[in-house]
Design a protein around this ligand. Structure first.
Ligand code: URA
Length: 211
């Protein structure tokens, strides 16, 4: 099975992403832009949420009005730490969504992803899962996170990022061909330190002002 990659090329997203890329953009502005873009990404990623109708009264009439089907619940899982930036924007649009966190670091000797934090809601098996991390670079931590999260048996799983490198898309696809990827842009390549080029630098550092 080959899941699709969706590039969400809405003009507002593209404009805001360009502002985020600029080296001179401040931490405060970077944070706000990521939140705004994440809201727009969430809008696209949730396009297929099912609706039901309920009877309501407007000031003028009674009508059958669409509401989200109550059995379709979401969990957003942030890959620490930069995932927090996307999570904030998504929660603004979907305040009732549950939240999970996964923290991984790469062992410098073995280069294997090691989990240092993991917490997801207990009823994750009844929820559609959005796994969020701004940068899909080598794809190694994304793939490791998805492997771990799949073991909790979510109803469905989508991976949402801001920027992806072709290498990261290929690796995540190879490891998890069933997982659809949503991104605002696909950049040219990775450099020899694993940074996305042209990219925007270290998303976590720019988000938290730690550079
Ligand atoms: N992580 C980042 O924050 N930036 C990159 O370019 C690659 C991985």
């Amino acid at each position: 099975m080959q899941a699709e990659v969706t590039v969400i090329s809405h003009p507002l997203i593209q404009h805001k992403l360009t502002l985020m890329r600029k080296a001179e953009t401040s931490t405060a502005k970077f944070r706000t832009l990521l939140k705004e873009i994440s809201l727009l990404l969430a809008y696209e990623v949730t396009r297929d949420l099912p609706l039901k109708t309920e009877t309501i009264k407007t000031p003028l009439a009674t009508m059958e009005a669409p509401v989200l089907a109550p059995d379709k619940k979401l969990v957003i899982v942030s890959i620490l730490r930069a995932g927090q930036g996307i999570l904030d924007g998504m929660l603004e649009l979907m305040p009732s969504a549950r939240v999970g966190h996964i923290g991984l670091y790469r062992d410098p000797k073995t280069l294997i992803a090691v989990e240092y934090y993991f917490k997801v809601p207990h009823d994750v098996d009844k929820r559609d899962m959005l796994v969020v991390d701004p940068m899909l670079a080598t794809g190694h931590s994304a793939a490791a996170a998805v492997t771990r999260l799949k073991s909790t048996n979510p109803a469905s799983l989508k991976f949402v990022c801001l920027l992806a490198a072709p290498e990261g898309i290929e690796y995540l696809h190879e490891q998890h061909p069933d997982v659809p990827i949503y991104t605002a842009a696909i950049d040219e390549k990775l450099d020899d330190r694993g940074y996305i080029v042209p990219g925007l630098g270290d998303a976590g550092d720019r988000l938290f002002g730690t550079h």
